[in-house]
Design a protein around this ligand. Structure first.
Ligand SMILES: [Zn+2]
Ligand SMILES: [Zn+2]
Length: 288
């Protein structure tokens, strides 16, 4: 697998790429702007293109934008729904400008809405976004931890969106902590095998554009979203080893969204790279 970090770009793209490179990343993920604001300005074309050059120089092959946490495509409030679609358009435009291959988004919450009605609303919003999606960018839907009325907690539901929309530029991102919180026991080789079979059946492994690798300390099926350091939670070394070793996942990208400082980032990257090295399953162009 191609491993990377979610990196904060508040200190500038230069610093962000430097941090990713120092940690041994072959991939990285960023927010395009403040993830808790609806406000968006036109992309700074020069800055975003410089970011692309910096990544190329640092051998970072894959980059993703994580959309704002405010995105709620299931909202019954037309203002929120329209604002969410605008946020997606914005990030897709930034991605296209900066040679960023993936835009990853949460779907949002059904709230008090009937789930079937909410599902249709999400499909409608995604359809309008996909009608204008720039070439060379994938829109990727992330599985949720399933808390409250969050959309896309189960593989079946996430696959439902992919099947309904059936667009070549639509994929999914599977967050390991969210999968665990939704009840998928990915803490052993057998559990990971069942999970991958389930992914193949409900979504298709080919549609998985990316993983978010996060361990978690919550109980299996607890529907709580708490990220923890790799190998130090309930998924544990065994779970991540099985994911990294799985032959169908070798060519995938995994982004770590683990908590803490830069030093914690380095430690988590080292843990994953060491597991890969032990398995002899570095990404073909990887350096571990
Ligand atoms: Zn996310
Ligand atoms: Zn999460």
């Amino acid at each position: 697998m191609r491993i990377g970090l979610h990196v904060h770009v508040a200190g500038g793209y230069h610093k962000a790429v430097e941090h990713a490179k120092n940690a041994g990343c072959r991939a990285m993920q960023v927010f395009s702007t403040n993830p808790r604001s609806y406000r968006r300005s036109a992309p700074d074309v020069a800055a975003v293109q410089t970011f692309a050059h910096l990544r190329r120089d640092a051998n970072i092959e894959q980059c993703a934008i994580h959309t704002s946490y405010l995105v709620n495509l299931a909202s019954a409030d037309p203002k929120i729904a329209a604002g969410s679609v605008r946020l997606l358009h914005h990030d897709l435009e930034v991605a296209a400008t900066g040679d960023i291959g993936i835009v990853n988004t949460h779907l949002g919450s059904y709230g008090a809405r009937d789930r079937r009605e909410g599902f249709k609303a999400i499909c409608g919003a995604l359809e309008s976004v996909l009608r204008e999606i720039p070439a060379n960018v994938l829109l990727v839907l992330e599985n949720s931890a399933g808390s409250g009325n969050l959309a896309g907690g189960t593989l079946e539901e996430l696959g439902g969106f992919v099947r309904s929309l059936d667009h070549p530029q639509l994929g999914v991102c599977l967050d390991t902590a969210h999968a665990w919180a939704t009840g998928y026991a990915i803490d052993s080789a057998a559990g990971v095998e069942r999970f991958v079979e389930n992914v193949e059946r409900e979504i298709g492994v080919a549609r998985v554009a990316m993983f978010h690798f996060n361990d978690t300390q919550v109980a299996l099926g607890a529907n709580r979203d708490r990220h923890w350091h790799i190998g130090e939670g309930n998924i544990g070394f065994e779970g991540f080893r099985a994911l990294l070793a799985h032959p169908q996942l070798r060519e995938k990208t995994a982004i770590l969204e683990t908590p803490g400082s830069d030093a914690d980032d380095l430690r988590n990257m080292q843990t994953v790279l060491a597991i890969q090295k032990g398995l002899g399953v570095c990404h073909p162009r990887g350096s571990c």
